[in-house]
Design a protein. Structure first.
Length: 428
Protein backbone atom coordinates (compact mmCIF):
# COMPACT_ATOMS: atom_id res chain seq x y z
CA UNK A 1 0.00 0.00 0.00
CA UNK A 2 0.99 3.59 -0.48
CA UNK A 3 0.01 6.86 1.18
CA UNK A 4 -0.76 9.62 -1.32
CA UNK A 5 -1.26 13.23 -0.21
CA UNK A 6 -3.63 15.22 -2.40
CA UNK A 7 -2.09 18.17 -4.23
CA UNK A 8 -3.90 21.22 -5.67
CA UNK A 9 -5.98 20.34 -8.72
CA UNK A 10 -5.82 16.59 -8.24
CA UNK A 11 -8.85 14.34 -8.73
CA UNK A 12 -9.47 10.74 -7.79
CA UNK A 13 -9.46 9.82 -11.47
CA UNK A 14 -5.99 11.27 -11.96
CA UNK A 15 -4.67 9.72 -8.75
CA UNK A 16 -6.05 6.32 -9.77
CA UNK A 17 -4.31 6.58 -13.16
CA UNK A 18 -1.01 7.44 -11.49
CA UNK A 19 -1.08 4.20 -9.48
CA UNK A 20 -2.83 1.99 -12.07
CA UNK A 21 -5.80 1.21 -9.84
CA UNK A 22 -9.50 1.97 -10.20
CA UNK A 23 -11.25 4.91 -8.58
CA UNK A 24 -13.75 2.50 -7.02
CA UNK A 25 -11.00 0.54 -5.28
CA UNK A 26 -9.52 3.69 -3.75
CA UNK A 27 -12.92 4.99 -2.64
CA UNK A 28 -13.93 1.65 -1.13
CA UNK A 29 -10.63 1.04 0.67
CA UNK A 30 -10.61 4.48 2.30
CA UNK A 31 -14.40 4.92 2.55
CA UNK A 32 -13.63 8.38 1.15
CA UNK A 33 -16.32 10.76 2.42
CA UNK A 34 -15.63 13.45 -0.21
CA UNK A 35 -14.80 11.68 -3.52
CA UNK A 36 -15.90 14.61 -5.70
CA UNK A 37 -14.37 17.31 -3.55
CA UNK A 38 -10.91 16.21 -2.41
CA UNK A 39 -9.13 18.39 0.13
CA UNK A 40 -5.61 19.62 -0.50
CA UNK A 41 -3.42 17.81 2.05
CA UNK A 42 -5.85 14.89 2.45
CA UNK A 43 -4.03 11.55 2.89
CA UNK A 44 -5.32 8.61 0.84
CA UNK A 45 -4.15 5.00 1.12
CA UNK A 46 -3.64 3.44 -2.32
CA UNK A 47 -4.66 -0.25 -2.14
CA UNK A 48 -1.79 -1.86 -4.02
CA UNK A 49 0.71 -4.54 -3.07
CA UNK A 50 4.00 -2.77 -2.45
CA UNK A 51 4.32 0.87 -3.45
CA UNK A 52 5.69 3.22 -6.10
CA UNK A 53 8.52 5.70 -5.85
CA UNK A 54 8.65 8.64 -8.23
CA UNK A 55 12.20 9.75 -9.01
CA UNK A 56 13.17 13.15 -7.61
CA UNK A 57 15.94 15.51 -8.78
CA UNK A 58 19.33 14.19 -7.62
CA UNK A 59 18.10 10.62 -7.08
CA UNK A 60 20.13 7.64 -8.17
CA UNK A 61 19.10 4.01 -8.10
CA UNK A 62 21.57 3.50 -5.25
CA UNK A 63 20.23 6.41 -3.16
CA UNK A 64 16.62 5.29 -3.71
CA UNK A 65 17.55 1.74 -2.72
CA UNK A 66 18.94 3.05 0.56
CA UNK A 67 15.73 5.03 1.22
CA UNK A 68 13.43 2.07 0.62
CA UNK A 69 15.76 -0.56 2.14
CA UNK A 70 15.96 -2.75 -0.97
CA UNK A 71 19.29 -3.70 -2.64
CA UNK A 72 19.73 -1.57 -5.75
CA UNK A 73 20.39 -4.64 -7.89
CA UNK A 74 17.07 -6.11 -6.75
CA UNK A 75 15.31 -2.81 -7.39
CA UNK A 76 16.69 -2.78 -10.94
CA UNK A 77 15.67 -6.39 -11.57
CA UNK A 78 12.10 -5.87 -10.32
CA UNK A 79 11.67 -2.82 -12.54
CA UNK A 80 13.35 -4.36 -15.60
CA UNK A 81 16.12 -1.77 -15.86
CA UNK A 82 19.91 -1.79 -15.73
CA UNK A 83 21.45 -1.23 -12.30
CA UNK A 84 23.68 1.37 -13.97
CA UNK A 85 20.82 3.23 -15.63
CA UNK A 86 20.37 6.97 -15.16
CA UNK A 87 16.86 7.74 -13.99
CA UNK A 88 14.58 10.44 -15.36
CA UNK A 89 12.85 12.74 -12.87
CA UNK A 90 9.29 11.51 -12.41
CA UNK A 91 10.08 7.92 -13.47
CA UNK A 92 7.93 5.43 -11.54
CA UNK A 93 9.77 2.65 -9.72
CA UNK A 94 7.92 -0.25 -8.13
CA UNK A 95 8.95 -1.01 -4.54
CA UNK A 96 8.10 -4.52 -3.27
CA UNK A 97 6.14 -4.99 -0.05
CA UNK A 98 8.28 -5.26 3.06
CA UNK A 99 8.29 -8.29 5.30
CA UNK A 100 5.69 -8.00 8.06
CA UNK A 101 6.30 -8.57 11.75
CA UNK A 102 3.75 -9.99 14.17
CA UNK A 103 2.03 -7.68 16.66
CA UNK A 104 -1.00 -7.59 18.94
CA UNK A 105 -3.90 -5.14 18.77
CA UNK A 106 -6.62 -4.27 21.25
CA UNK A 107 -9.61 -1.98 20.98
CA UNK A 108 -11.86 -0.73 23.75
CA UNK A 109 -15.56 -0.40 23.00
CA UNK A 110 -17.67 1.71 25.35
CA UNK A 111 -21.45 1.30 25.26
CA UNK A 112 -23.21 4.16 27.03
CA UNK A 113 -26.84 4.69 28.04
CA UNK A 114 -29.40 1.94 28.32
CA UNK A 115 -28.68 0.05 25.08
CA UNK A 116 -25.86 -0.66 22.66
CA UNK A 117 -26.11 1.51 19.55
CA UNK A 118 -26.22 -0.62 16.37
CA UNK A 119 -23.46 1.51 14.87
CA UNK A 120 -21.17 0.66 17.81
CA UNK A 121 -21.74 -3.04 17.36
CA UNK A 122 -21.08 -2.64 13.61
CA UNK A 123 -17.82 -0.85 14.41
CA UNK A 124 -16.77 -3.77 16.62
CA UNK A 125 -17.59 -6.28 13.87
CA UNK A 126 -15.57 -4.30 11.33
CA UNK A 127 -12.54 -3.94 13.61
CA UNK A 128 -12.52 -7.43 15.13
CA UNK A 129 -10.70 -9.15 12.22
CA UNK A 130 -7.72 -6.86 12.92
CA UNK A 131 -7.66 -7.41 16.69
CA UNK A 132 -6.07 -9.75 19.18
CA UNK A 133 -8.25 -8.48 22.03
CA UNK A 134 -11.71 -6.89 22.22
CA UNK A 135 -12.34 -4.90 25.40
CA UNK A 136 -15.85 -3.84 26.46
CA UNK A 137 -15.51 -0.88 28.84
CA UNK A 138 -16.04 -1.37 31.73
CA UNK A 139 -16.92 -3.50 34.74
CA UNK A 140 -16.96 -1.11 37.69
CA UNK A 141 -15.72 -2.26 41.08
CA UNK A 142 -18.17 -1.58 43.90
CA UNK A 143 -17.25 -0.86 47.50
CA UNK A 144 -18.52 -4.22 48.76
CA UNK A 145 -16.40 -6.16 46.23
CA UNK A 146 -19.18 -6.79 43.73
CA UNK A 147 -19.19 -5.66 40.10
CA UNK A 148 -21.41 -3.37 38.05
CA UNK A 149 -21.55 -4.85 34.56
CA UNK A 150 -21.37 -2.88 31.30
CA UNK A 151 -23.69 -3.52 28.38
CA UNK A 152 -22.15 -6.52 26.64
CA UNK A 153 -24.82 -7.23 24.03
CA UNK A 154 -23.16 -9.28 21.23
CA UNK A 155 -19.54 -8.35 22.00
CA UNK A 156 -18.64 -11.80 23.43
CA UNK A 157 -20.02 -13.42 20.26
CA UNK A 158 -18.15 -10.99 18.02
CA UNK A 159 -14.91 -11.79 19.87
CA UNK A 160 -15.50 -15.53 19.60
CA UNK A 161 -16.33 -15.36 15.88
CA UNK A 162 -13.11 -13.43 15.16
CA UNK A 163 -10.82 -15.38 17.49
CA UNK A 164 -10.32 -12.34 19.73
CA UNK A 165 -9.43 -12.71 23.38
CA UNK A 166 -12.32 -11.09 25.25
CA UNK A 167 -10.79 -8.59 27.68
CA UNK A 168 -12.55 -7.95 30.99
CA UNK A 169 -11.84 -4.28 31.74
CA UNK A 170 -12.31 -3.44 35.43
CA UNK A 171 -12.19 0.14 36.69
CA UNK A 172 -12.35 2.01 39.99
CA UNK A 173 -14.98 4.37 38.59
CA UNK A 174 -17.94 5.80 40.45
CA UNK A 175 -20.37 8.13 38.64
CA UNK A 176 -18.06 8.07 35.59
CA UNK A 177 -15.13 9.36 37.65
CA UNK A 178 -12.08 7.44 38.87
CA UNK A 179 -12.25 7.23 42.66
CA UNK A 180 -9.15 7.13 44.85
CA UNK A 181 -11.32 6.19 47.84
CA UNK A 182 -12.84 3.21 46.03
CA UNK A 183 -9.39 2.13 44.94
CA UNK A 184 -8.15 2.37 48.53
CA UNK A 185 -10.93 0.06 49.75
CA UNK A 186 -10.36 -2.58 47.05
CA UNK A 187 -6.59 -2.56 47.48
CA UNK A 188 -6.45 -2.60 51.29
CA UNK A 189 -9.55 -4.34 52.69
CA UNK A 190 -8.73 -8.07 52.55
CA UNK A 191 -12.32 -9.21 52.97
CA UNK A 192 -13.62 -6.95 50.21
CA UNK A 193 -10.67 -7.84 48.01
CA UNK A 194 -11.27 -11.58 48.30
CA UNK A 195 -14.92 -11.12 47.41
CA UNK A 196 -13.88 -8.89 44.52
CA UNK A 197 -11.54 -11.55 43.08
CA UNK A 198 -14.18 -14.26 43.53
CA UNK A 199 -16.70 -12.16 41.63
CA UNK A 200 -14.20 -11.50 38.84
CA UNK A 201 -13.58 -15.23 38.39
CA UNK A 202 -17.28 -16.07 38.39
CA UNK A 203 -18.09 -13.32 35.88
CA UNK A 204 -15.16 -14.09 33.59
CA UNK A 205 -16.21 -17.74 33.38
CA UNK A 206 -19.81 -16.72 32.68
CA UNK A 207 -18.96 -14.60 29.63
CA UNK A 208 -15.73 -16.20 28.43
CA UNK A 209 -13.23 -13.46 29.35
CA UNK A 210 -9.63 -14.63 29.06
CA UNK A 211 -7.75 -11.45 29.92
CA UNK A 212 -8.48 -9.58 33.16
CA UNK A 213 -7.51 -5.95 32.63
CA UNK A 214 -7.28 -3.51 35.53
CA UNK A 215 -7.70 0.15 34.64
CA UNK A 216 -7.29 1.60 38.13
CA UNK A 217 -6.55 5.32 37.85
CA UNK A 218 -6.17 8.35 40.13
CA UNK A 219 -5.11 6.12 43.01
CA UNK A 220 -3.59 7.55 46.17
CA UNK A 221 0.22 7.62 45.92
CA UNK A 222 0.34 5.75 49.24
CA UNK A 223 -1.50 2.84 47.58
CA UNK A 224 1.23 2.14 45.03
CA UNK A 225 2.61 -0.91 46.83
CA UNK A 226 -0.88 -2.07 47.79
CA UNK A 227 -1.75 -2.04 44.06
CA UNK A 228 1.40 -4.03 43.27
CA UNK A 229 0.55 -6.60 45.95
CA UNK A 230 -3.03 -6.86 44.73
CA UNK A 231 -1.80 -7.55 41.19
CA UNK A 232 0.52 -10.29 42.46
CA UNK A 233 -2.40 -11.88 44.28
CA UNK A 234 -4.68 -11.58 41.25
CA UNK A 235 -1.98 -12.97 38.98
CA UNK A 236 -1.74 -16.16 41.05
CA UNK A 237 -5.52 -16.51 41.10
CA UNK A 238 -5.96 -16.05 37.35
CA UNK A 239 -2.98 -18.21 36.49
CA UNK A 240 -4.92 -21.20 37.79
CA UNK A 241 -7.60 -20.46 35.17
CA UNK A 242 -5.11 -20.02 32.33
CA UNK A 243 -6.02 -16.35 31.89
CA UNK A 244 -3.93 -13.30 31.04
CA UNK A 245 -3.71 -10.30 33.34
CA UNK A 246 -3.00 -6.79 32.09
CA UNK A 247 -3.12 -3.18 33.29
CA UNK A 248 -3.61 0.31 31.88
CA UNK A 249 -0.91 2.81 32.82
CA UNK A 250 -0.72 6.59 32.75
CA UNK A 251 1.94 8.03 30.41
CA UNK A 252 5.01 8.62 32.61
CA UNK A 253 8.53 9.71 31.74
CA UNK A 254 10.16 8.95 35.09
CA UNK A 255 9.59 6.83 38.19
CA UNK A 256 9.42 9.99 40.30
CA UNK A 257 6.74 11.72 38.21
CA UNK A 258 4.35 13.56 40.52
CA UNK A 259 0.59 13.81 40.25
CA UNK A 260 -2.50 11.82 41.16
CA UNK A 261 -2.62 10.05 37.82
CA UNK A 262 0.98 8.85 37.95
CA UNK A 263 2.43 8.07 41.36
CA UNK A 264 0.62 4.79 42.10
CA UNK A 265 1.48 3.35 38.68
CA UNK A 266 4.75 1.49 39.19
CA UNK A 267 6.08 0.68 35.71
CA UNK A 268 8.80 -1.64 36.94
CA UNK A 269 6.49 -3.69 39.18
CA UNK A 270 3.73 -3.95 36.57
CA UNK A 271 6.31 -5.06 34.02
CA UNK A 272 7.36 -7.86 36.34
CA UNK A 273 3.86 -8.95 37.41
CA UNK A 274 1.40 -8.72 34.53
CA UNK A 275 1.44 -10.27 31.06
CA UNK A 276 1.23 -6.91 29.29
CA UNK A 277 0.37 -3.26 29.83
CA UNK A 278 -1.45 -0.62 27.83
CA UNK A 279 0.21 2.77 28.17
CA UNK A 280 -2.26 5.57 27.52
CA UNK A 281 -0.11 7.65 25.18
CA UNK A 282 -2.75 10.18 24.14
CA UNK A 283 -4.68 13.22 25.38
CA UNK A 284 -1.89 15.77 25.22
CA UNK A 285 -4.45 17.65 23.20
CA UNK A 286 -7.70 17.09 25.13
CA UNK A 287 -11.26 18.37 25.04
CA UNK A 288 -10.79 20.80 27.93
CA UNK A 289 -7.41 22.19 26.86
CA UNK A 290 -5.97 24.33 24.04
CA UNK A 291 -5.75 23.09 20.46
CA UNK A 292 -2.86 20.72 19.77
CA UNK A 293 -2.16 17.19 18.54
CA UNK A 294 -3.84 14.52 20.67
CA UNK A 295 -0.87 12.15 20.51
CA UNK A 296 2.19 14.01 19.20
CA UNK A 297 4.98 11.62 18.28
CA UNK A 298 7.68 13.31 20.41
CA UNK A 299 5.94 13.02 23.79
CA UNK A 300 4.68 9.55 22.85
CA UNK A 301 8.25 8.48 22.11
CA UNK A 302 9.49 9.98 25.39
CA UNK A 303 6.99 7.92 27.40
CA UNK A 304 7.71 4.68 25.56
CA UNK A 305 11.48 5.10 25.68
CA UNK A 306 11.22 5.54 29.45
CA UNK A 307 8.87 2.55 29.71
CA UNK A 308 11.31 0.17 28.03
CA UNK A 309 13.93 1.04 30.66
CA UNK A 310 11.53 -0.33 33.31
CA UNK A 311 9.90 -3.33 31.59
CA UNK A 312 10.38 -5.60 28.56
CA UNK A 313 9.34 -3.85 25.35
CA UNK A 314 7.36 -6.91 24.28
CA UNK A 315 4.97 -6.32 27.19
CA UNK A 316 3.91 -2.86 25.97
CA UNK A 317 0.88 -1.94 23.88
CA UNK A 318 1.06 1.69 22.75
CA UNK A 319 -2.19 3.53 23.41
CA UNK A 320 -3.64 5.29 20.35
CA UNK A 321 -6.64 7.57 19.90
CA UNK A 322 -9.12 6.94 17.10
CA UNK A 323 -10.38 10.52 17.28
CA UNK A 324 -9.42 14.15 17.06
CA UNK A 325 -10.89 17.40 18.37
CA UNK A 326 -12.48 20.50 16.87
CA UNK A 327 -11.66 23.55 19.03
CA UNK A 328 -13.32 26.94 18.88
CA UNK A 329 -10.78 29.78 18.84
CA UNK A 330 -9.57 31.60 20.77
CA UNK A 331 -9.39 28.91 23.43
CA UNK A 332 -11.20 29.86 26.65
CA UNK A 333 -10.63 27.84 29.82
CA UNK A 334 -13.80 25.95 30.65
CA UNK A 335 -14.88 25.40 27.05
CA UNK A 336 -14.99 21.88 25.61
CA UNK A 337 -13.78 20.87 22.16
CA UNK A 338 -15.93 18.54 20.06
CA UNK A 339 -14.57 15.03 19.42
CA UNK A 340 -14.44 14.13 15.71
CA UNK A 341 -13.49 11.00 13.81
CA UNK A 342 -10.87 11.23 11.05
CA UNK A 343 -13.68 10.83 8.50
CA UNK A 344 -15.65 13.69 10.08
CA UNK A 345 -12.54 15.89 10.10
CA UNK A 346 -12.12 15.41 6.35
CA UNK A 347 -15.79 16.21 5.77
CA UNK A 348 -15.46 19.41 7.81
CA UNK A 349 -12.39 20.45 5.81
CA UNK A 350 -14.16 19.73 2.50
CA UNK A 351 -17.33 21.59 3.52
CA UNK A 352 -15.31 24.66 4.54
CA UNK A 353 -12.79 24.63 1.68
CA UNK A 354 -9.92 24.23 4.16
CA UNK A 355 -6.53 22.77 3.24
CA UNK A 356 -5.08 20.15 5.55
CA UNK A 357 -1.57 20.79 6.83
CA UNK A 358 0.76 18.24 8.36
CA UNK A 359 2.89 19.06 11.39
CA UNK A 360 6.15 17.17 10.86
CA UNK A 361 7.26 17.60 14.47
CA UNK A 362 4.03 16.26 15.97
CA UNK A 363 3.43 13.91 13.02
CA UNK A 364 -0.22 14.96 12.94
CA UNK A 365 -2.64 16.59 10.45
CA UNK A 366 -4.57 19.75 11.28
CA UNK A 367 -6.48 22.63 9.69
CA UNK A 368 -8.41 25.79 10.53
CA UNK A 369 -11.73 27.02 9.21
CA UNK A 370 -14.36 29.68 9.79
CA UNK A 371 -17.78 28.32 10.79
CA UNK A 372 -21.11 29.70 9.59
CA UNK A 373 -21.37 31.78 12.77
CA UNK A 374 -18.10 33.50 11.93
CA UNK A 375 -16.09 31.77 14.66
CA UNK A 376 -12.65 30.37 13.94
CA UNK A 377 -11.99 26.68 14.54
CA UNK A 378 -8.87 24.51 14.71
CA UNK A 379 -9.02 20.76 14.15
CA UNK A 380 -6.35 18.18 14.97
CA UNK A 381 -6.99 14.56 14.02
CA UNK A 382 -5.36 11.34 12.79
CA UNK A 383 -4.68 10.17 9.25
CA UNK A 384 -2.70 7.47 7.45
CA UNK A 385 0.56 9.40 7.91
CA UNK A 386 0.20 9.85 11.66
CA UNK A 387 -0.75 6.20 12.18
CA UNK A 388 2.14 5.00 10.00
CA UNK A 389 4.49 7.08 12.15
CA UNK A 390 3.21 5.25 15.25
CA UNK A 391 3.52 1.87 13.54
CA UNK A 392 7.11 2.70 12.65
CA UNK A 393 7.74 3.51 16.32
CA UNK A 394 6.26 0.14 17.37
CA UNK A 395 8.75 -1.58 15.05
CA UNK A 396 11.68 0.58 16.13
CA UNK A 397 11.11 -0.02 19.85
CA UNK A 398 10.02 -3.66 19.37
CA UNK A 399 6.75 -3.11 21.20
CA UNK A 400 4.04 -5.73 21.60
CA UNK A 401 1.55 -3.70 19.55
CA UNK A 402 -1.17 -1.06 19.87
CA UNK A 403 -4.39 -0.48 21.81
CA UNK A 404 -7.15 1.84 20.56
CA UNK A 405 -9.40 4.16 22.50
CA UNK A 406 -12.07 3.71 21.28
CA UNK A 407 -14.26 2.04 18.62
CA UNK A 408 -17.18 3.93 17.12
CA UNK A 409 -15.23 6.74 15.46
CA UNK A 410 -14.67 5.80 11.82
CA UNK A 411 -11.05 5.53 10.64
CA UNK A 412 -10.86 2.88 7.87
CA UNK A 413 -7.29 3.80 6.91
CA UNK A 414 -6.04 2.52 10.26
CA UNK A 415 -7.23 -1.02 9.59
CA UNK A 416 -5.77 -0.95 6.05
CA UNK A 417 -2.39 -0.03 7.47
CA UNK A 418 -2.47 -2.74 10.13
CA UNK A 419 -2.74 -5.27 7.31
CA UNK A 420 0.11 -3.59 5.43
CA UNK A 421 2.49 -3.47 8.40
CA UNK A 422 1.72 -6.46 10.62
CA UNK A 423 0.49 -9.98 11.00
CA UNK A 424 -2.05 -9.83 13.83
CA UNK A 425 -1.28 -12.38 16.56
CA UNK A 426 -4.16 -14.59 17.66
CA UNK A 427 -4.23 -15.92 21.21
CA UNK A 428 -7.10 -18.37 20.75
Amino acid sequence: MQIHVVRPGQTLFGIAQTYSVSVDRIVEANKIPNPNNLVVGQAIVIPIVGSYYFVQPGDTLFSIAQKVDVPYQELARINGISDQESLTVGYRLYIPARKKRTAEFNAYVEPRGTSVAPALETAAREAAPYLTYLAPFSFQALRDGSLKEPLLNNFPTIAQENKNVLMMVITNQENDQFSAELGQIILNNTSVQNKFLNNIVTTAKKYGFRDIHFDFEFLRPSDKEAYNQFLRKAKERFKKEGWFISTALAPKTSAEQKGGWYEAHDYKAHGEIVDFVIIMTYEWGYSGGPAQAVSPIGPVRDVLEYAITEMPSNKILMGQNLYGYDWTLPFVQGTIAKAVSPQQAIQIAAANNASIEYDEKAQAPHFTYTAADGKQHEVWFEDARSIQAKFDLIKELNLRGMSYWKLGLSFPQNWLLISENFNVRRRV
